[in-house]
Design a protein around this ligand. Sequence first.
Ligand code: CO8
Length: 268
Amino acid sequence: MYEHLKIEEKGNIAIMTISAPKSLNALNSTILGEIDEYLDEFEGGNYRCLIITGDGEKSFVAGADISEMAPLGPQQGETFGRKGAEVFRRIETLPCPVIAAVNGFALGGGCELAMACDIRLCSDNAKFGQPEVGLGIIPGFSGTVRLARLVGMGMAKQLIYTGKAIKANEALRIGLVNEVVPSSRPDGSNEGNSDLMNRAIELAEQIAANAPLAVRAAKLCINTEWDMEAEDAIAFENRAFGLCFNTEDQKNGMQAFLTKGKCEFQGK
Ligand code: CO8
């Protein structure tokens, strides 16, 4: 049982909801520890996709917990930053895909958490930003690393130096999110986050219906090749491609295509 995480399962998809309503789901050491613990549990299960969201209709994660950070000295600050960075790196390198369903504020550590996920969807009331310099710090959960990679150096510098938050459609325009899910409610409210979550589940199911080992290999390739020289990256992909032919999923998937059938992939 977790104090600040709600966990749901839909078949082979898991949904992790971060829940600290009094602080708009701000991340403190306890929550980071619980996420780390849950990742062990998740990796031990037979899941094909993880969705991460925030509790309530207002906030995904409003950053790292400012009240916990306020009294820290440099060593403690570094330790806190490292803890967040390690947990987010675990998310980024989880074998199977992770979708962030951003249901409101994704500020500071919240934006950094979303960026550690493979795919970002957001509701139309979402707001993204790295406001750290307004607090006398810099993004410390790998935001200076990932933001520039996602949206380019110029835009990352503008967002980080100004600390200004941007709305969902601007986040879409600059490539920070893949998709904005509009509310179907007549008043445009985000109540229950159901449109966003339905879309996240739909996407997760599309991913989960594909050959799990191939999806994992694709994630490993994309992540690993990012930092490689082109020749090495191409060779890495080539090895991974070859290994796919060692799986039952490849045999069954291609056989199903050739016989105009449908393949239920087993992940073998
Ligand atoms: N930490 C702690 N408490 C928070 C946080 C936070 N990040 N965000 C909101 N809260 C609390 C508020 O203090 C308030 O508590 P209370 O009711 O006790 O006063 C409650 O949540 C509700 O918030 P507001 O009343 O402020 O709600 P509003 O709707 O008026 O405003 C905002 C919502 C705009 C999200 C506003 O709360 C805000 O600006 N929050 C802070 C956002 C921010 O600056 N985030 C970045 C934090 S720094 C960070 O994430 C660094 C990551 C790397 C760390 C590296 C470690 C060294």
